[in-house]
Every structure is written in structure tokens, then in C-alpha cells.
Write a protein that binds this ligand. Structure first.
Ligand code: ATR
Length: 278
């Protein structure tokens, strides 16, 4: 195979050094014996358009985009999937042969696949859901839960105006609660998700009281560093089934890998080991 036929992909962000995506994609390339390279790329906001225009000419077949470029990437795309448009951000870009840029968002897919694989009996339509947070990650979770049939989503965020914006955008199935009253919205909820950065290494702990949790609820933290967060530990004390955030990262990466490198990757314990926080 000539050099030019080796597909290139990568992740664009700023900063990007902390990203686990290169380790993940390289593991899959090795495991499947596929040719290809996946590189981290630190790109300034003002250079994003120029970089995305040049990449297909250099042999890139696509890339992931992460903070702070997820919204800008959507605006720069020639075509946008429905789910990326709804979420208002892109994380997976594909260059067509003619250089046109397709933007997709697989975060919500990764979130749902993680829950479905970790708790096979889990169903979005089994009862109300609770989402903590109203940032980009929360938007993806909300779109996914609505799409999967959640009858009601109770939303709370430190900055209430951000929750109100989401309610206006996504409509009647969203109910907004004050952050200080967040403990009161847990009653009879069947799915509970932390989509804030609270509990992440180096960030403040998640302190909302969880004693009102329904023991039948499935509780998921999008934070995966540390893997077993205080939020998940407290939910287990109440008797809930808990799901960590690492497999969401893995599942959201799989569609991009398949599109760029041509094979569906394995999601098994070996890939979790590659990504475990160190
Ligand atoms: P992401 O795209 O990962 O969701 P983000 O848009 O910065 O990142 O959102 C981070 C989320 O964590 C927000 O919901 C944020 O609440 P605010 O909208 O009030 O900022 C939440 N968050 C971060 N630090 C927090 C803290 N100390 N207390 C409560 N919520 C916090």
C-alpha cells in the first residue's frame, strides 16, 4: 500500500494533551490490524476553518472535535446530521471524497449505548429521568433521552437560566428545578445522570443530597476520572444500579472509527484497560 492510501484521523481541541481518544483509536487500529494513524491536534479557534479545509488534502478522512470547537465545527460543516443539529454541536467530522465536510454528534449515542450495554433491562421510557447540568454534555444526554422515549426529564443546573434555555428549546417534557431544591426531584425517577463536571478529579465534589433516590433507579455519571465517583458511591448506598462514564467515551468513538478506518471496533474489557484513569 502506498503512503497516500493510509487513512489519517485525529482529534482537534485546545488543550488536547489530556485527550484519551488517541490511545483509544490506536488500540483499535492495532487490535484490528488496520493501517491508519490518529493524532491529537491543538488548534486555535481562529485557525479552525483553515485547518479543516486543509485536512482532506493531507490524507485525513475525518476527525473528532472537542472543547472548545464543537459548536464552531457545526457551523463550518457542509452538511449536518439531524442529531448534531438538535444537540447544537459536533464531535465527529467526516471528509467526503470531494472534500465536503459532514458533521455528526455521537455523544448521545454513546450515552445510550453505555446504559443499554451496562444495564440490559434499562429503558428510557420506564419513568422520569433526572439530569444534573445544562452544558454541552447535558444537551446530548437530553436529546438522547427524549429520542429514546423518556416521558419526563427533570433538569437542574447551578445557573438556572441555562436550564430554561433548554426547556424552551426541547419543550414540554422538560421540567426545570432550582439547584438548591435538586434533592426533591429524585422521587420516582428511573434514570439519573450527572452531566456536570462536579466530582471530576480537581473539581469540587457533587454535594446534592441523594437520599431521595429510588433504589430501582439506574444512576450514571458522565465523569470517568475518577471512575467510581462519590456520586455513584452514594447512589449505591441507597441501593441503585450505577454505571460509570468510561464506556460512553468508548461508544461515542466507535461510529467515527468505523467510518474512517472501515471496521466496527470491539468494545471489551481490554479497551477499558487502555483508558482507565491513571
Ligand atoms: P460540558 O460541555 O462538558 O457539559 P460545560 O458546558 O462547561 O461543559 O458545562 C459544565 C456543567 O457543569 C454545567 O452544567 C455547569 O453549571 P453552570 O452552567 O452553572 O456553569 C456545571 N458545573 C461546573 N462547576 C460547577 C459547580 N461548582 N457547581 C455546580 N455546577 C457546576
Amino acid at each position: 500500500m502506498s503512503d497516500t492510501a493510509i487513512p489519517l484521523a485525529g482529534v482537534i481541541g485546545l488543550p488536547i494533551g489530556h485527550s484519551r481518544s488517541p490511545a483509544l483509536h490506536r488500540h483499535w487500529l492495532r487490535q484490528l490490524g488496520l493501517p491508519g494513524h490518529y493524532v491529537p491536534m491543538a488548534v486555535q479557534q481562529e485557525h479552525l476553518a483553515e485547518v479543516l479545509q486543509s485536512m482532506p488534502k493531507m490524507g485525513f478522512v475525518g476527525c473528532n472535535v472537542t472543547i472548545p470547537h464543537k459548536e464552531a465545527a457545526l457551523d463550518l460543516a457542509d452538511s449536518v446530521t439531524d442529531r448534531a443539529a438538535l444537540i447544537g454541536a459536533a464531535n465527529t467530522l467526516t471528509f467526503r471524497a470531494d472534500g465536503r465536510l459532514i458533521a455528526d454528534n455521537t455523544d448521545g449515542y454513546g450515552f445510550l449505548e453505555n446504559l443499554k450495554h451496562s444495564v440490559p433491562h434499562w429503558r428510557a421510557d420506564s419513568g422520569p429521568a433526572v439530569v444534573f447540568g445544562a452544558g454541552g454534555a447535558a444537551r446530548a444526554v437530553i436529546v438522547a433521552l427524549l429520542d429514546a422515549g423518556a416521558p419526563e426529564i427533570r433538569l437542574t443546573n447551578r445557573t438556572k437560566s441555562r436550564s430554561e434555555v433548554l426547556r424552551k428549546e426541547f419543550g414540554g417534557r422538560l421540567v426545570v428545578y432550582d439547584w438548591v431544591q435538586a434533592g426533591n426531584m429524585l422521587d420516582d425517577a428511573m434514570t439519573v445522570v450527572n452531566a456536570t463536571s462536579l466530582g471530576m478529579t480537581g473539581r469540587p465534589e457533587f454535594r446534592v443530597p441523594l437520599d431521595g433516590l429510588n433504589p430501582n433507579a439506574v444512576v450514571n455519571d458522565l465523569v470517568y476520572s475518577p471512575l467510581d465517583t462519590g456520586f455513584l458511591q452514594r447512589a449505591r448506598e441507597v441501593g441503585c444500579t450505577t454505571v460509570d462514564g468510561l464506556n460512553m467515551l468508548i461508544h461515542q468513538a466507535a461510529p467515527g472509527f468505523e467510518r474512517w478506518f472501515g471496521m466496527r471496533p470491539e468494545i471489551d474489557e481490554t479497551v477499558r484497560q487502555v483508558l482507565l484513569p491513571r
